[in-house]
Design a protein around this ligand. Sequence first.
Ligand code: NAP
Length: 271
Amino acid sequence: MECRTLGRTGLRVSEIGMGTWQTFDVSGRTADAHCARIAEEALGHGYNFFDTAPMYGEAERVLGIALEERRDEALIATKVLESSARAARASIERSFELLRTDVIDLFQIHNMAGWREVTPVLKAFQAEGRIRYIGITDYRVSNYPEVLEAMRTGDFDAVQIPYHLGERSCRREILPLAREMNLGVIVMTPIAPLFNRNLLLGPLSKADLSILAPYGVRTPGQALLKYLLADPAVSTIIPATSKVERVAENAAVSDGEPLPPEACERLERLL
Ligand SMILES: NC(=O)c1ccc[n+]([C@@H]2O[C@H](COP(=O)([O-])OP(=O)(O)OC[C@H]3O[C@@H](n4cnc5c(N)ncnc54)[C@H](OP(=O)(O)O)[C@@H]3O)[C@@H](O)[C@H]2O)c1
C-alpha cells in the first residue's frame, strides 16, 4: 500500500483508508469480532487511516475494540456533530472513551455542524495534546460555499468531501483551495454514493473493463477507486466494507501504475 501526505499535517496516510458508516454499526460479540477481523485484515494490507463518527451508531465503540491492541499502527479520524460548545465537549469526551484512546489523530466537524462554535472547543483539546489535527466534512455539494469559507479561516488541516465518477464538483474550487492551503483531502462515498447507492456500480458492472487490466483493475469497485487515485489532489479514499475479502480487493488499487487520462475519460463516458 502506498501512502500520501495528508496536507500540512505531514501525516503519511494509506491511499486507501477505511470508512465505518453502516458497516461498523453492529452489536453483539460475533458482529464485533467480524469488524475486528476487517480492521485486522486492513492493517495487514497497509491501511493506516480509519474514519468514524458518533453519528454512525455503534461504529466508534466497535472500531475502538478492533484497534485497541494495535493503536500505534492506526490513525483514527472521528467527528463531532453538535451545535453548541457544551454538547460538543461532551461528545468529544465520549469519543475518547469509545475509541479507547487518549489521543485522536484527526477530529472533524461533521457536516459543518456549528463549526464556528465548535472550532474553539477542538482547538482547546488540541492545545492539551489530546487531538492532533482538526478538519471539516460535508456530504452536501450545495454547502461548498460554507466549506470554502471555513477552509479559508486557516483553522483546519483537512477536508472530507464526496468525490466519485458521478460527482466531481470538488474539482472546481475545493481541491484547488486545498492545494493552495496545503490541506489534506479525504474522499467519502467513493463507491456507493449516499442517495443512489447503485449509480456507479450499476453501469460499471455491465461495462467491459478489460482496458483497465494492465493497471491491475479487475472489478468495478477497483475501477472506481483507481479513477480517484489518478487525482494527485486526493490524500486518501475511505471505502467502507462489511466483507473481509473486499479489504484486499480495495487495497490492490494502490499497486501498479496510475490510470492515464484517457482511461479516466473513458470511465467518465460510461456514466
Ligand atoms: N458527512 C460525512 O462526513 C460522511 C458522509 C458519508 C460517508 N462518510 C465516510 O466515508 C465512508 C465511505 O462512504 P460510504 O460508506 O457512504 O460509501 P462507500 O464507501 O462508497 O460505499 C460503501 C459500500 O460499498 C461497497 N463496497 C466497498 N468496496 C467495494 C468494492 N470493491 N466493490 C463493490 N462494492 C464495494 C460496500 O459493500 P460491502 O459491504 O458489500 O463490501 C459498502 O456497502 C463512510 O463509511 C464514512 O466513514 C462521511
